[in-house]
Design a binder for this molecule. Structure first.
Ligand SMILES: Nc1ncnc2c1ncn2[C@@H]1O[C@H](COP(=O)(O)OP(=O)(O)OP(=O)(O)O)[C@@H](O)[C@H]1O
Length: 265
């Protein structure tokens, strides 16, 4: 079954992101089955579902880390055209370095734990071609400040920081180049509830101030409810329901979504 999310009626712009019939199998496991979705500029799409439903695999494909078995993915950007899954490794790397930011649940995937926090952010700018030391330092510090990272810890390596602060360094790294698309994979999972709330506040504020288009994956409906405009519910690799966040939370149609929503209440 294929469910496509219709654009909210008031959105007139073309979608920034369009994925069509994306599928991925690992051996006998069909991790993602024919998923199609559009995300509009400035929108936040939340992807929810129980563990193993294919959320992270789909996000990794949007970050061009994983190649699907079939399907297409386009971003409405001047520097790229056609199916991004067809890009060679170098073009993928440049596109991800310059236009797509990602925050992983596990900071070890996104950060060099023994380098300074500002060095981690600067490294992303270096990959994108910036070489001027003063600019690197200034942009890294700006991004960390926007992520509400304490500026007296710029030189501290993530290995010596709390989980919440590590996520702020990942976030700074992801937004340093003002990406067209920000991908978030369980960005607050594993943090203390109070720290989680603070990181969510930062994400919400960044989204409001900068209108960054985001796709956020979480098994936590509270996180999705706080941030998402639209929601896609996945189960066993498939999209079972999709729609505006208010509709999904207040009037879920699919039995599985009803179960998720009621379990949370
Ligand atoms: N690299 C991989 N190799 C083999 N199987 C994988 C791989 N990545 C994911 N899978 C399998 O694909 C399915 C979907 O996994 P995925 O991590 O995308 O789900 P998820 O919804 O993000 O779950 P979680 O919240 O637990 O991470 C699972 O059955 C998983 O075991």
């Amino acid at each position: 079954m294929t469910i496509t999310i219709d654009a909210p009626k008031l959105i007139k712009a073309a979608p920034l992101l369009r994925a069509q019939n994306v599928s991925k199998t690992y051996g006998a496991v069909q991790a993602v089955r024919s998923v199609s979705v559009e995300v509009f500029p400035g929108e936040v799409l939340g992807i929810v579902g129980e563990s193993g439903s294919g959320k992270s695999t789909f996000l990794r494909m949007l970050n061009l880390e994983e190649t699907p078995d079939s399907g297409s993915y386009t971003l409405d950007l001047p520097e790229v055209e056609g199916n991004l899954f067809d890009l060679d490794r170098f073009a993928r790397r440049m596109l991800c370095a310059t236009r797509i930011g990602i925050v992983y649940q596990n900071p070890h995937l996104g950060l060099l734990m023994k380098h300074s926090s500002s060095g981690n952010v600067a490294e992303r700018l270096l990959v994108a071609g910036e070489r001027r030391f003063a600019v690197l330092r200034e942009k890294a510090s700006d991004a960390l400040e926007a992520s509400e990272f304490p500026l007296d810890r710029l030189d501290a390596p993530p290995a010596e920081l709390s989980g919440g602060m590590q996520q702020r360094v990942q976030l700074a790294k992801a937004i340093a180049l003002e990406p067209a698309l920000l991908l978030l994979d369980e960005p607050t999972t594993g943090l203390d509830v109070s720290v989680q709330a603070l990181v969510l506040d930062t994400l919400k504020r960044l989204q409001q101030d900068r209108k960054i288009t985001m796709v956020i994956v979480s098994h936590d409906l509270g996180v999705i409810r706080t941030l998402a405009d639209r929601v896609m519910v996945m189960r066993r690799g498939e999209v079972v329901e999709a729609g505006l966040a208010d509709q999904i939370f207040q009037d879920p149609q699919h039995a599985y979504t009803q179960q998720l929503v009621h379990a949370k209440l």
